[in-house]
Ligand binder design. Structure first.
Ligand code: ADP
Length: 421
């Protein structure tokens, strides 16, 4: 080959390589491959065949436009065809005279009314696996195929194989995504229906038990208290479930107003004080005198804080301390709930805010809960464009911290934005 021709070939191959990332779809890329394959090897035709594992034969994936309709439905057997031989052996093949070679599959010629005189074919390989064949037919001017032609075809074949592989992977990723979205929808529907269906009977149980508790006096007080306590626990679980659901479906709306974090903290501490005392845990607030006003949805922030305080009490042994601290921190309100409890193993820290995640599995579990409290807390904080995280050491205790922007709108200057790490 003369040097200018070689440079021209290299430039054209380079153009095909570029197409690997720029071609709009697989078909047009493979079309450019067979066009170059026939031109650069000075052949009449070229085509790409892909192995079809269901039919156990090769099928035409790309071919010259005038043969398309004829060849698309056609299968090429693995035995008794040159392409099949290349596929099975995983080796390239040159046949200078097809009439003298039994491997040529004559049916294609009959269908396309073409006569194949010579051919060169290479396997399409991906990581040692043959996925198809690229072939060029009928070297023009009665010339013979050369090693040079083989090298060109091998280069183009490698590109075609990669493109086919990428396309298959992309298809798989797409269908996995659809499957995942279906599963997620199923889970969300299940949560929505369950929480909705449980809420009414639970409300009735609680209402009637409270009514009876007042009527029955002291004789059945313990039994009725147990019913009320456990029904209340169930109600908390149902509410957590529907909070998660509302957040996921986008039904959760922030009703912002100027609220005092000091007040929310005091209310939360009051709610949990009896439970903390009964477990001999000191529950206290460090607030100072500021009301700590923020533009926020007080109910949602209350839910987030309650879930953190509830966990802190639950995962702290008798004699321990749970502290809620609020302070202002460069344009944000910072709320910290720290405990001297069992802590969280470092490997589990990244997962504690996931739905249904629990450090101990249900089978070995000493503590109740459904693994929803922290994901609800995170949803509530996220709704406010805030941020929540945990610092913890196993055996020493945990500190859950969340930040809320003080103003509803307006992002603070990037320099003191604690959300950019
Ligand atoms: P649950 O309702 O099971 O408590 P959460 O989402 O509230 O679910 O918490 C998830 C898991 O994180 C808990 O099961 C627990 O293992 C761990 N965890 C949460 N808070 C604490 C804490 N203060 N101390 C130790 N572990 C905690």
């Amino acid at each position: 080959m003369i040097p200018n021709e070689r440079i021209d070939h290299l430039e054209r191959l380079l153009e095909v390589v570029r197409g690997l990332t720029t071609a709009p779809d697989l078909d047009s890329f493979l079309q450019s491959i067979i066009n170059e394959a026939s031109e650069l090897t000075n052949s009449e035709l070229a085509s790409i065949l892909e192995y079809d594992p269901d039919a156990i034969e090769l099928r035409f994936l790309a071919m010259q436009w005038f043969d398309r309709d004829l060849l698309r439905p056609m299968g090429v057997p693995l035995e008794g065809s040159a392409a099949g031989w290349v596929y099975r052996k995983g080796q390239p093949l040159i046949i200078q005279d097809t009439k003298a070679d039994k491997r040529h599959f004559k049916v294609v010629d009959r269908v396309t009314k073409h006569e194949t005189q010579s051919l060169v074919a290479v396997p399409l390989m991906v990581r040692g696996e043959v996925i198809g064949v690229l072939e060029a037919l009928n070297k023009k001017d009665d010339a013979h195929y050369t090693e040079e032609d083989l090298t060109i075809l091998e280069t183009l074949g490698a590109l075609a194989a990669q493109a086919i592989r990428n396309n298959t992977l992309e298809r798989k990723v797409r269908s996995a995504r659809i499957e995942l979205a279906d599963l997620e929808r199923l889970k969300s529907d299940f949560v929505a229906i369950t929480s909705h269906e449980l809420r009414t009977p639970l409300g009735l149980i609680l209402g009637h038990a409270t009514f009876l508790r007042e009527l029955a006096g002291s004789e059945y007080a313990d039994q009725l208290d147990t019913i009320i306590r456990n029904a209340t626990k169930l109600k908390d679980i149902v509410e957590n479930l529907s909070d998660v659901d509302n957040f996921q479906t986008g039904a959760a709306r922030v009703r912002s107003a100027k609220v005092s974090l000091a007040k929310i903290t005091e209310d939360t501490i009051l709610t949990f004080q009896d439970e903390a005392k009964s477990r001999n845990i000191t529950l206290k607030a460090e607030l100072g005198t500021s009301p700590f006003f923020v533009e926020a949805d007080g109910v949602k922030i209350g839910i987030a804080l309650s879930n953190l305080v509830k966990n802190a009490i639950q995962f702290t042994d008798p004699g321990g301390i749970v502290t809620v601290k609020v302070e202002e921190d460069s344009g944000y309100m910072k709320v910290e709930v720290s405990d001297t409890g069992i802590g969280i193993p470092a490997r589990d820290l990244p997962r504690v805010f996931e739905r249904f995640f629990q450090v101990e599995t249900h089978l070995t579990r000493r503590y109740g809960g459904m693994g929803l409290g922290l994901s609800v807390a995170k949803s509530m904080v996220d709704l406010h464009k805030g941020r929540i995280w945990v610092e913890s050491e196993e055996g020493k205790g945990s500190t859950f911290i969340f930040l809320l922007p003080i103003e509803k709108t307006g992002t603070p200057a990037a320099s003191n934005n604690p959300f950019t790490e």
